[in-house]
Design a protein around this ligand. Structure first.
Ligand code: IFM
Length: 465
């Protein structure tokens, strides 16, 4: 039987700086908008902050050893802009940059591919305070300057880059609902922030491709739900189509072809800013690969007046839900990957996040028999393999998350890890799901005749300006 995943498939796990690092005030790091948000009473459950988080900053050698135990081929982590450039611009903080240098060395020594995200939501607060952060038209240039510093330092060892993690979440949480930093509730501003995030992505990609190490692959992490109609009417199907275009297409279309989806342009009008011709040029073909973060899907119906896109989500109480209240819809992963591959052809695909929070119970020894998480991951890997069989050029999969961490405004209450973190003692224990994932990786490798061909070289996608 043909193996479900090919030789060279990248098996990884992911984290993000503010969620795991801690050491918030060490070695010259300045506060990010997430430090300010978490330290503002009422913003996070129990007032939890990332001050210590998992203390990955100090414990990364132990964590890399755990990755080795799991047999991971790749580790996706993010760089904290506030560590590297505390004011947001020059000067560079060499201690902060040095941390990532050491982490990358440690991963390379362990034979684990570093997969680096430049921005996972933690803007230096100095830039928010002085200029309004992503609302300022100049911020994309500042982001590219910072990105360039990181490319220059780590680019000799890092071959996979992501500019921005989940622009949709940044806009939704940060500007539509105020559940995330910077805690603004003004949709009109959200579209401006989203626009500048994509401009920042484009400028950073251009900087990378012009840099001395710029031969790897770069993209941004696109999160999206898939959407299914709750009725089989034509209007229901059209509403579901709009929902996917307005979610995945909102950021995918600009990065592929330099413009927002026409359905968004038609329905949102002036709420969507215009890209300049120069921005369009830089945006087109700015994904060397598709990086997809998937957790759940929506069930929708056409709803006149329910916002410009005129659809509404219908709750599915009969479906299994995770602790974050998200319906478990593995087929949505397959359908989303097929949709993305059809809309953005010729691009290799990596699932850069997939996972679930469940109410883990730990024994006194910290052991966790998280069968619900195993079932979730198994079903999603099966959906991923069906997407591959359907023609998706899937090259890698990253479980979210390597270890339990700060789940943003939910604080430490939602656990996504393959590895348990005891937030009192900071002790780590591999959960049943971690052992299960290690078996999946081992079996996949042995199905490929025990010959692990090494990670395929990053390939630039076939799209050009
Ligand atoms: O924890 C987050 C991560 O930071 C971004 N993607 C979704 C995860 C789960 O909510």
């Amino acid at each position: 039987m043909k193996p479900a995943f090919p030789s060279g498939f990248l098996w990884g796990a992911a984290t993000a700086a503010y969620q795991v690092e801690g050491a918030a005030a060490e070695d010259g790091r300045s506060p990010s908008i997430w430090d300010v948000f978490c330290h503002t009473p009422g913003n996070t459950l129990c007032g939890d902050t990332g001050d210590t988080a998992c203390d990955h900053y100090h414990r990364f050698p132990e964590d890399v050893e755990l990755m080795r135990t799991l047999g991971l081929g790749a580790y996706r982590f993010s760089v904290s802009w506030s560590r590297v450039m505390p004011s947001g611009t020059e000067p560079i903080n060499s201690a902060g940059l040095g941390f990532y240098d050491k982490l990358v060395d440690c991963l390379c020594e362990a034979g684990i591919e570093p997969f680096v995200t430049l921005y996972h939501w933690d803007l230096p607060n100095a830039l928010q305070a002085s200029s309004g952060g992503w609302l300022h038209a100049d911020l994309p240039r500042r982001f590219a300057d910072y990105a360039n510093v990181v490319f220059d330092r780590l680019g000799d060892r890092v071959r996979f880059w992501l500019t921005i993690n989940e622009p949709w979440c940044i806009v939704d949480g940060g500007y539509f609902t105020a559940q995330h930093a910077p805690g603004i509730e003004d949709p009109a501003l959200g579209y401006v922030a989203g626009h500048n995030l994509m401009r920042g992505h484009a400028y950073a990609v251009a900087a990378y491709r012009a840099s001395r190490h710029g031969t790897g692959a770069i993209s941004f992490a696109l999160n999206s739900n898939f959407a299914y109609p709750v009725s089989d009417s034509a209007a229901g199907q059209a509403a579901a189509d709009r929902a996917v275009e307005g979610f995945a297409g909102w950021f995918g279309d600009p990065a592929y072809r330099g413009e927002y989806p026409s359905v968004m342009r038609a329905r949102l009008g002036n709420l969507l800013p215009e890209f300049s011709e120069e921005d369009r040029e830089l945006l087109r073909g700015s994904m060397d690969y598709l990086a997809v973060n998937y957790y759940t899907s929506d069930f929708v119906r056409h709803a006149v007046g329910a916002g410009p896109m005129e659809y509404e989500r219908i709750p599915q109480p009969d479906r299994l839900h995770t602790e974050t209240g998200w319906a478990v819809v593995p087929d949505g992963l397959r359908d989303l990957l097929l949709w993305l591959t059809k809309r953005y052809p010729e691009l290799p695909v990596y699932i850069t996040e997939n996972g679930a929070a469940f109410a883990d119970t730990a024994t006194d020894d910290g052991e966790v028999d998280d069968q619900a998480r195993i079932a979730y991951l198994r079903a999603h890997l099966d959906a991923a393999s069906r997407a591959r069989a359907g023609g998706v050029d899937l090259r890698g999969y990253f479980a979210w998350s390597l270890l339990d961490n700060l789940e943003w405004s939910h604080g430490f209450s939602k656990r996504f890890g393959l590895i348990r973190c005891d937030f009192e003692t900071l002790e780590r224990t591999i959960k049943a799901s971690g052992h299960w994932y290690a078996d999946v990786i081992r079996n996949a490798r042995s199905q490929n005749h025990g010959i692990e061909a090494g990670t395929e070289q990053p390939v630039r996608g076939g799209v050009s300006g």
